[in-house]
Design a protein around this ligand. Structure first.
Ligand code: NAD
Ligand code: ZN
Length: 364
């Protein structure tokens, strides 16, 4: 399947195909100028999947940069080291570097490509479910700084995204489930039929069923591509819908110090359930929809509230995390709430005191 992302002269294709990694020699040929591939990856991905890519690119000169796995790699220090190295390798504006990895590698390499010689090309080969359905498409790139996550970055679209669902065979189940939260998100935002498909097929997907995986990725990428095509830089509000569950989720992540104790996708799962129950508590959404979502997340072992995310903080403390995030981001507080499953919308009328009271009420 090929899904186009339509952005004028920055348009590109997302190709989703089981086994595509083994055909990377052919599929990436247009982007590998001068017979050379510069690949940036992390240690886990290198040991799990790099041999497939190396074999597929046999005959080309391959330079591989292997970084430490983990969120700490999205740093200024790594950007400095990586851009220095790419300059030493004489990467030119017309060249493409290859990001092989999860969202950490994709965000770091994308930002390096955005600033190297004022912008060189890059190709995404996402290897986590989260990166395949979310971060590799859309052109947001970023690193972290002392003040917070993803605060330094650029919009820089890839030239091509190559998604091979079979790379998920080596991804730990916990990472797979966290990525699944961003899949079911697309159903919750605007596609009730896809939400029902998710309920029926999540178990197969998590067990590694190839058809279920490929279908979930195709539906997710198509949904993201449509939203990004309408609102590339999150100015009209359409793209903001992708933040469903992320304001509540961010507060939970911040409470945990953005550590491995709570993965981003796990926080988003709990955040989406909170957004639905908050919507229901305000009479905006049928409470059976909130209950239905809560049960679905519970059934697959994802967090569905603050307690199951391991967070015991007060409503006021969590709201303080949200305000910190939002002040940095936009200056106003907009929540993504729901009128039902598949009917999310941006609500700018939410009083923070109500959010804090709701969160305290959840603590019982
Ligand atoms: P990650 O990149 O840290 O990958 C998770 C773990 O899985 C790592 O340990 C990695 O080494 C390992 N791994 C990756 N692929 C593997 C494979 N196929 N087999 C075995 N192990 C594998 O995390 P992630 O969840 O992919 O991405 C999270 C990052 O993405 C965050 O920094 C977040 O800010 C960013 N993000 C960006 C966007 C965007 O639009 N740019 C959107 C969402 C998230
Ligand atoms: Zn997310």
């Amino acid at each position: 399947t090929i899904i186009p992302v339509s952005l004028g002269d920055r348009s590109y294709d997302v190709r989703i195909e089981n086994g595509a990694l083994d055909r990377a020699g052919d599929l990436l040929a247009p982007w590998l100028s001068r017979g050379r591939a510069v690949i940036i990856t992390d240690q886990n991905v290198a040991s799990a999947q790099m041999s497939r890519l190396s074999a597929a690119l046999a005959g080309l000169t391959i330079e591989t940069v292997i970084l430490e796995p983990g969120e700490a790699t999205k740093s200024w220090a790594q950007i400095e080291a990586l851009t220095d190295l790419l300059l030493t390798l004489e990467v030119e504006r017309g060249d493409h570097v290859i990001a092989l990895g999860g969202g950490v590698i994709g965000d770091l390499v994308g930002f390096a490509a955005a600033i190297l010689k004022r912008g060189c090309g890059f190709v995404q080969i996402p290897t986590t479910l989260l990166a395949q359905v979310d971060s590799s498409v859309g052109g947001k790139t970023a690193i972290n700084s002392k003040a917070g996550k993803n605060l330094i970055g650029a919009f820089h679209q890839p030239s091509f995204v190559l998604i091979d669902p079979t790379v998920l065979d080596t991804l730990p189940r916990r990472q797979l489930a966290a990525g699944y939260a961003e899949v079911v998100k697309y159903g919750l935002i605007a596609d009730f039929a896809f939400y029902e498909w998710c309920e029926a097929n999540a178990a197969a997907l998590l067990a590694g069923d190839p058809e279920a995986r490929a279908y979930a990725i195709e539906k997710s990428v198509a949904a993201k591509a449509a939203i990004v095509g309408e609102d590339e830089r999150e100015t009209s509000g359409r793209r903001a819908l992708l933040n469903l569950g992320h304001t509540f989720g961010h507060a939970l992540e911040a409470d945990k110090g953005f550590s491995d104790a709570l993965l981003h996708g796990e926080a988003v799962a709990a955040g989406m359930a909170l957004a639905f129950r908050f919507s229901a508590s305000r009479g905006l959404c049928p409470s059976q929809d909130a209950v239905r979502l809560t049960h679905h997340l519970q059934a697959i072992g994802l967090p569905h509230d603050a307690a199951s995310a391991g967070v015991t903080a007060s409503g006021a403390a969590l709201v303080a995390h949200m305000m910190h995030d939002k002040k940095m981001a936009a200056g106003t507080l907009a929540f993504i709430l729901a009128r039902g499953i598949g009917q999310s919308y941006v609500d700018k009328s939410v009083a923070l005191a109500d959010v804090a009271a709701f969160l305290d009420g959840e603590r019982g």
